[in-house]
Design a protein around this ligand. Structure first.
Ligand code: ARG
Length: 563
């Protein structure tokens, strides 16, 4: 039973075709509190066309309106307030939620269309930054949300594993490196060599020539260069994979920049054939003035490829392999201009899915309002943050629930969940100022708060093992339960909205709202009282638990049953 639809139909009929169903739907509002009804139809904008006072219009409409299925429809000033039939609506909602289980909210809008998601994409031989963390968790949540909307996402880790910097790294390693040191602490050591290279080449510019030569060798498949590169890549990936494992994020492909090395020639050929390449100071560029963009540099004067050259090959590969209905790049907003250029080049090339390319930007993470970068040393090491968060969660649990059985596992779920949720609850384009302790609080708008609401629901269910909770027949006419019921019913719309906006925060905010509404209910209702409505109340608790769990799952956050 769709009450909104029912209200729309009744209003369209009462309005004698003055407004279409869509127009009525767009005008319907949701009153702030349930005592003012569940839907409100304002009549202000009709006053002009009907040459009548809004109050009068509201009264006339109410007199004509078919109110079947509603508890009542009240006129308050210029508003028609619709009150749902609570018992019927509750029974209907709970049946929908409980019989669908985890599939509640699933839709098939995406018709199984392929959506490559370029995400995480850290750079080999450098620490994974908070920006890469954001890309990883935002990309992962978007993939889950897309699946929930019937799409087929392909999570691709576009590793930064190619480029002139590898010539420098090889040079530095050959001068100052040592295998045992790298094995002990791979990324830190490699960074150390790289930093030293940059320090020393100030006075010894000939180092740059050596580095260029090494990169040329690497590009040409020189065995020694290739072996070193492969090793750097492998040891870096091992460290990255520890983080991915901690976060519970899996990728479908790890096609880094190097994967496209043998596909660059074709890119250049296509650009030449289409007369898109022009020479500029010895380099090859694509003119983008028609897009009001700076030219895209495709080949340096020494013939070396660039980041964008490899990205063009990537987009072409994805186009051919997946025929993407959307082609997403979850990358920080500092690359917005770059992705405009990339899209423009692809459009010029006539790549079929070019119009579907979408940069999904996100803001910076700052600590105490300052940007974090590798160079300034103000980097928060990701692994450290997760470790710290889990430790704090451990302390919190030791204090709140010392007898909990699987403490370490729960602390991991809570600690990691706090970081992930703390990121995703923000609109992705916002900058985040990072204060770890705030994200871990069990109160306020945090991951642990939502997890705790879920665990509380589960604990209620454990306390009534003798009661059978059925999907059908839960006519819960309890006004205290009403807001929770309506919030549950909103989930499918929320899932669609999050997908349309590619915005995990829509899900996170919803999870907070559901948790809050439920906590309020729980604080006032005597859920476990042994009366006729006990099974219906438990059905509500079970539905809340399931939807909270599913919302958290979409965000990539686990939900322990006890904490
Ligand atoms: N490795 C890059 C960086 O750390 C991000 C790559 C983003 N993906 C892409 N297809 N360009 O900045």
């Amino acid at each position: 039973m769709d009450y909104k639809q029912q209200a729309v139909t009744a209003l369209v009929a009462a309005l004698d075709g003055q407004l279409t169903a869509d127009e009525v739907t767009n005008k319907l509002e949701r009153p702030k509190t349930s005592d003012k009804g569940d839907l409100a139809f304002p009549t202000f904008t009709l006053a002009k066309t009907l040459h009548q006072a809004p109050q009068q219009i509201a009264q006339d409409l109410a007199a004509k309106l078919d109110t079947t299925g509603f508890e009542k429809v009240e006129v308050v000033g210029p508003y028609l307030n619709f009150f749902f039939d609570k018992a019927a609506y509750s029974a209907d909602t709970l049946e929908t939620v409980l019989s669908a289980g985890a599939a509640y909210g699933q839709n098939q809008d995406g018709q199984n269309g392929n959506v490559p998601i370029d995400m995480s994409s850290p750079n080999i031989a450098k620490p994974m930054s908070m920006g890469h963390l954001r890309s990883t968790v935002i990309g992962n949540a978007i993939a889950n949300i897309l699946t929930k909307n019937g799409y087929h996402p392909i999570k691709d880790n576009h590793l930064g594993d190619w480029g002139t910097q590898f010539g420098k790294l090889i040079t530095a390693y050959k001068l100052w490196g040592n295998e045992a040191d790298v094995k002990k602490d791979p990324i830190n050591k490699l960074v150390e060599y790289y930093v030293r290279f940059h320090k020393e080449d100030v006075d010894k510019p000939e180092l740059d020539d050596v580095a260029r030569e090494w990169f040329r060798k690497l590009e040409n498949g020189d065995p020694e260069a290739h072996k070193l590169w492969e090793w750097f890549r492998e040891v870096s990936l091992q460290e990255f994979n520890d983080v991915y494992q901690e976060l519970g994020v899996k990728f479908d492909t790890y096609h880094g920049e190097a994967f496209y090395n043998d596909k660059l020639e074709e890119v250049v050929q296509i650009l030449r054939d289409k007369h898109l390449l022009v020479e500029s100071q010895g380099a090859q560029v694509v003119d983008l003035s028609k897009y009001d963009l700076n030219p895209a540099l495709i080949l340096k004067s020494d013939g070396a490829s660039l980041y964008i050259t490899r990205d063009i090959a990537t987009a072409l590969y994805r186009d051919r392999t997946y025929s993407p209905v959307k082609n997403l790049y979850v990358v920080g907003s500092e690359q917005t201009y770059y992705f405009k250029q990339l899209k423009a080049v692809l459009q010029e090339m006539g790549v079929k899915s070019a119009p579907n390319l979408q940069h999904v930007p996100f803001g910076l993470i700052t600590a105490d309002g300052k940007k974090l970068s590798t160079r300034s040393g103000r980097i928060i090491l990701l692994a450290k943050v997760l470790e710290e968060s889990v430790k704090l969660a451990q302390e919190e649990i030791a204090e709140k629930n010392p007898s909990l059985a699987n403490k370490d596992e729960v602390a991991r779920q809570v600690g990691v969940g706090a970081i992930v949720f703390g990121d995703l609850k923000n609109e992705r384009t916002n900058n985040i100022d990072f204060v770890l302790a705030d994200q871990l609080k069990f109160e306020g708008e945090t991951g642990p708060y939502v997890q705790y609401a879920h665990a509380r629901a589960e604990s209620i269910l454990r306390k009534a093992p003798h009661v059978t909770v059925a999907a059908a027949g839960n006519e819960l006419a309890d006004p205290l339960a009403w807001d929770t019921i309506k919030t549950l019913a909103d989930f499918p719309q929320i899932v669609k909205m999050a997908c349309a906006e590619l915005e995990p925060s829509v899900i996170a905010k919803y999870a907070i709202r559901l948790a809050k509404t439920f906590n309020k209910y729980y604080a006032h209702a005597k859920v476990l009282t042994d009366d006729a409505q006990l099974p219906a109340r438990l059905a509500l608790v079970k539905a809340v638990s399931g939807v909270l769990k599913e919302a958290l799952r979409l965000l990539g956050v686990e939900s322990p049953d006890e904490m």
